[in-house]
Design a protein around this ligand. Structure first.
Ligand SMILES: NC(=O)c1ccc[n+]([C@@H]2O[C@H](COP(=O)([O-])OP(=O)(O)OC[C@H]3O[C@@H](n4cnc5c(N)ncnc54)[C@H](O)[C@@H]3O)[C@@H](O)[C@H]2O)c1
Length: 276
């Protein structure tokens, strides 16, 4: 029987029309939640609405908002709270990067990426927190990245994601006694439109990346959404202030580096086990 663990719950998801955001919408809607989705792109929101199966669509409410604009955020959250009641779960999913390396960075693009990825998340969270605190319950999930703890390019984005983990810990410790839990999920590479430019340069990039992951695959948007649903559920009621990697093992180590160090190719030896 399908689990309906989020019946009567209201979940707010930012960047909801993107790859990982729309997977979150599907996941929480299919578990019974009412989903409030925020995105900057009206056409992408329409496409998402059309893609949702009709019974789920009835419980999905979209709001166009640029979350990097604090005034817009305050207005949008106010209107969502007035129209749909208290928010039980906030998934701070919106995030993006343009700058590949430090050498390409300057104070303009550095500040822009920190603003988009860190300050915007602060704007949304601070707008939602008072209503959670007044009910003494609430669950906040930040979609971070493996970039928060490893250098994988995109330095400003990475610094912002590392900042999000610190923010998660502040919320968890300061408001734990008020019934608020806050956690971060750190995905590895996930094939979404965020990869369009890199795919254009190298159409084989995702295939090539798989070798770097212990599980030899990249993460799916659905896998991130399922981990978020777990963290937001009562099964995770004692979990707060953590960073949960959803990264096909990347943060444990990379097989090619181990092969270079030990001169033993895991993939060759495991191929023998797979073929046996
Ligand atoms: N794709 C990956 O490989 C990957 C890996 C690790 C972490 N992440 C994280 O996952 C999250 C989602 O990434 P994705 O790959 O689904 O990205 P995506 O580009 O597919 O989706 C991002 C969504 O955010 C929306 N958006 C952009 N700017 C906005 C703004 N100012 N206000 C409101 N909405 C805005 C876009 O319209 C888009 O719908 C991000 O936080 C990202 O950092 C992604």
């Amino acid at each position: 029987m399908r689990s309906r663990s989020f019946d009567n719950k209201v979940v707010l998801i930012t960047g909801c029309a993107g790859g990982i955001g729309s997977a979150h919408c599907h996941e929480f809607l299919s578990k019974g939640a009412t989903v409030l989705g925020i995105d900057i792109l009206a056409p992408a929101l329409e496409t998402l609405q059309q893609k949702l199966a009709s019974p789920l669509r009835k419980k999905f409410f979209a709001e166009i908002c640029d979350i990097s604009d604090e005034k817009q955020v305050k207005q949008s959250i106010q209107s969502l709270l007035e129209n749909h009641g208290a928010i039980d779960v906030l998934v701070n999913n919106m995030g993006c990067t343009e700058t590949q390396c430090l050498h390409d960075s300057n104070s303009k693009n550095w500040l822009h990426e920190i603003h988009l990825n860190l300050n915007s998340t602060y704007f949304v969270t601070q707008a939602v927190l008072p209503s959670m605190l007044s009910r003494k319950q609430g669950n906040i999930i930040m979609i971070g990245s493996v970039n928060a703890s490893m250098m994988l390019g995109s330095p400003a984005y990475s610094a912002a994601k590392a900042g999000l983990l610190s923010y998660v810990k502040s919320i968890a410790v300061e408001y734990g006694a008020c019934g608020i839990r806050a956690n971060m999920l750190s995905p590895g590479s996930v094939l979404t439109k965020a990869w369009s430019k890199r795919l254009k340069k190298n159409p084989n990039i995702i295939e090539e990346l798989k070798a770097w992951y212990p599980l030899q695959k990249v993460v799916t948007p659905e896998a991130v959404a399922k981990a978020a649903a777990f963290l937001a559920s009562s099964d995770a009621q004692y979990i707060t202030g953590i960073n949960l990697p959803v990264d096909a093992g990347l943060s444990a180590g990379t097989p090619p580096l181990v092969a270079a160090i030990t001169n033993v190719s895991f993939s060759k030896s495991t191929q023998k086990i797979i073929q046996a």
